[in-house]
Design a protein around this ligand. Structure first.
Ligand code: JJW
Length: 445
């Protein structure tokens, strides 16, 4: 074996509630912003929605059997807030909670550590009607929901993640407008970003105050950022883009401040969000780990006209996945080393990495996804290289366990280790899943 991983390395796979569960109005679940958004004509690929998705709500036992077959040590999933609180707050819904009790008890019986994400983009619609993440009160409602989950599920869940990719929730949801709630206002996005961070801090504080014994962190989408050329303009644009994409969330959580360059720039443009004294202190609580989602790298060129960030991603001619994301395995190594250096030995869980490809079921009923296997092989090789150089990486979750609802792309992008036939709900372990099983068994490859 070329790559042997540390003892007790956490081998996992990840999913999210809206992307797999279906059962969108069963057992007292309330409407959330993705239910609303996906039903608006033109918002998603061919009008796809998460109404049924992988029907995991009803098929979770079969899915856990597949996880056992792969040999997963841990399974990362998310909790649908509107299943627990129909309106986001108020009276809890016992049936919703029961589902996550059944799921996590079964996982533990199967020797699979549950890792629960509290917010994976599916805000209860009733809270959106009150202003959503642009409303400061939403942070408090999130903390109340989080505390309720810690109380009811704390005995089953050893790993908690407050938020998944708040950058995407804030900026793709409120500025680019390609995700729910589909708002296109930069100031709103920056305010939402601040409240997402604040809600993280409040939830972590609740976790500590309740004396919970597990670990808690936050998951950020991060790309290593490189200038597209040696030109000074491109270097400056890359620095700015890095502050925007990576540091806008990582610095407050891990250092207690927004990055200075972009802070000054937003101030000059009159875009700074409203914040209270003490917010930063609350956001800057010790976390037990940083969750990192990485798929690709950003090669940045200066783009004078692109408001408000005059920097744009460019292509470098490398092979791409079906998402159009270039395959650059060295990027994850560079990212991990950078985090290790700039956030002084931070403990990292890679909470997502993976690739979408146009899989087909062959005449023998198999899915021979060599392209995905190759992607995982090369990225994991670079993760190993970073660990060998000192990065404190404790685990790796492949995105995703199952093919699922890829947001605006609907079911047209398959990220799964396991193929899902969305007409019959048949599951087929792809070649990559069989390979991953061997990797887990051997703790390396
Ligand atoms: C959208 C960029 C405009 C998911 C996006 C940027 C602007 C054309 C995969 N991670 O399904 C989406 N994923 O739920 C979480 N990572 O807009 C999990 N990043 O587009 C996976 C990035 C992403 C994105 C999606």
């Amino acid at each position: 074996m070329q790559y042997v991983f540390p003892k007790d390395f956490i081998w996992g796979a990840a999913t999210a509630a809206y992307q797999i569960e279906g059962a969108y109005r069963e057992d007292g679940k309330g409407e959330n912003i993705w239910d609303r958004y996906s039903h608006i004509p033109g918002r998603t690929f061919e009008g796809h929605t998460g109404d049924v998705a992988c029907d995991h709500y009803h098929r979770y036992e079969e899915d856990i059997r597949i996880m056992k077959e792969i040999g997963l040590k841990s399974y990362r999933f998310s909790i649908s807030w509107a299943r627990i609180f129909h309106d986001g707050k108020g009276t809890p819904n016992q049936k919703g909670l029961d589902f996550y009790r059944r799921l996590t008890e079964k996982l533990n019986e199967s020797g699979i550590k549950p890792a629960a994400t509290l917010y994976h983009w599916d805000l209860p619609q009733k809270l959106q009607d009150l202003g959503g993440w642009a409303n400061r009160d939403t942070a408090g409602w999130f903390a109340d929901y989080a505390a309720y989950m810690f109380e009811k599920l704390g005995d089953q869940v050893p790993i908690w993640i407050t938020h998944n990719e708040p950058w995407v929730a804030a900026f793709v949801g409120h500025w680019i407008g390609r995700h729910a709630p589909g708002i296109t206002d930069f100031r709103t996005a920056l305010q939402a970003a601040h409240h997402l961070l604040l809600s993280h801090g409040q939830a972590v504080r609740a976790y500590r105050d309740m004396g919970c014994s597990g670990e808690i962190g936050i998951t950020l989408n991060m790309n290593p950022v490189y200038p597209a050329s040696e030109k000074e303009d491109d270097k400056a644009a890359a620095g700015m883009y890095d502050e925007y994409l990576n540091r806008w969330f990582a610095d407050p959580v891990l250092k207690g401040s927004y990055p200075a360059g972009l802070m000054a720039y937003f101030q000059e443009m009159g875009l700074l969000p409203e914040m209270d004294d003490g917010d930063m202190e609350l956001i800057h609580q010790p976390v037990d780990f940083l969750g990192v989602n990485n798929y690709y790298s950003s090669f940045i060129k200066y783009e004078g006209s692109l408001w408000p960030i005059p920097a744009a991603e460019t292509m470098t001619g490398r092979d791409r996945t079906q998402m159009g994301w270039e395959i650059y395995p060295e990027g994850i190594h560079d990212l991990l080393m950078r985090l290790h250096r700039d956030y002084e030995g931070v403990k990292i869980l890679i909470t997502e990495n993976g690739a979408a490809f146009n899989d087909i079921v062959n005449r023998e009923g198999n899915v021979e996804d060599d392209n995905r296997l190759d992607y995982l092989y090369r990225y994991l090789g670079q993760v190993h290289r970073a660990i060998s150089s000192g990065a404190d990486v404790r685990g790796y979750y492949a995105w995703s366990l199952l093919d699922n609802f890829e947001w605006g792309h609907g079911y047209s992008k398959r990220f799964g280790l396991v193929y899902v036939d969305f007409r019959t709900q048949q599951r087929i372990m792809k070649k990559s899943a069989h390979w991953y099983r061997d990797v887990i068994r051997n703790n390396g490859f």
